[in-house]
Ligand binder design. Structure first.
Ligand code: ADP
Length: 174
């Protein structure tokens, strides 16, 4: 069956301009896109899933072509629940390729209907990752050029709390 909807999964901890670029590109291809925000604690997120969703909402405004939902568990189960079998991922550099390739093939083994499509962001954003943004913010750098304003404000607020900042520092080291 031809697909008009797609899922863009990720941690978005926090959302940055590379993510927004991929989201905008995907809405030009698909009539609607579900941003699936992984609740998993595997990556030790700085922000809870609800805050990550709120940052995305505040950054994207009202767009009927975009839905933002939490992703609990496996992407293939989420895809089946939604009845959407096209997955979008961003490819920044060759270094992303190995992991993405492995994940796409594993997902296809689990659900043969699933197809993964890769989009590349504008060159200015290829160096961006949530991890590097948090690192810059932790050491007092200005992140406003890298993340939308609602995410910059949340970063400032979270890292202004010494206990949260210390935890984030420890997580970045591990
Ligand atoms: P990050 O690696 O920044 O923590 P996520 O885990 O939230 O990002 O990634 C969600 C998706 O967005 C992944 O497919 C990832 O490759 C993609 N992505 C992340 N950063 C960028 C970027 N700067 N440009 C394009 N795609 C990106």
């Amino acid at each position: 069956m031809k697909q008009t909807r797609a899922i863009y999964p990720g941690s978005f901890d926090p959302v940055h301009l590379g993510h927004l670029d991929v989201i905008m590109r995907s809405t030009q291809i698909f009539s609607s896109v579900i941003i699936a925000v992984a609740a998993s604690k595997a990556k030790g997120p700085l922000f809870g899933v609800d805050v990550r969703i709120q940052m995305l909402r505040d950054s994207l405004g009202d767009n009927p072509a975009i839905e933002i939902l939490p992703l609990h568990g496996l992407l293939v189960d989420f895809a089946r629940e939604q009845g959407v079998f096209t997955v979008i991922r961003g490819l920044r550099a060759v270094s992303d390729f190995e992991f993405e390739f492995q994940m796409a093939l594993m997902n296809r083994k689990l659900e043969p209907r699933l197809e993964t499509i890769y989009l590349t962001p504008k060159e200015d954003y290829t160096y961006l990752s949530s991890r590097i943004v948090k690192e810059v913010a932790l050491f007092g750098g200005d992140v406003e050029k890298f993340v939308p304003a609602p995410a910059a404000a949340r970063l400032k607020q979270a890292l202004g709390d010494p206990a949260i900042a210390e935890q984030a520092r420890l997580r970045q080291k591990s």
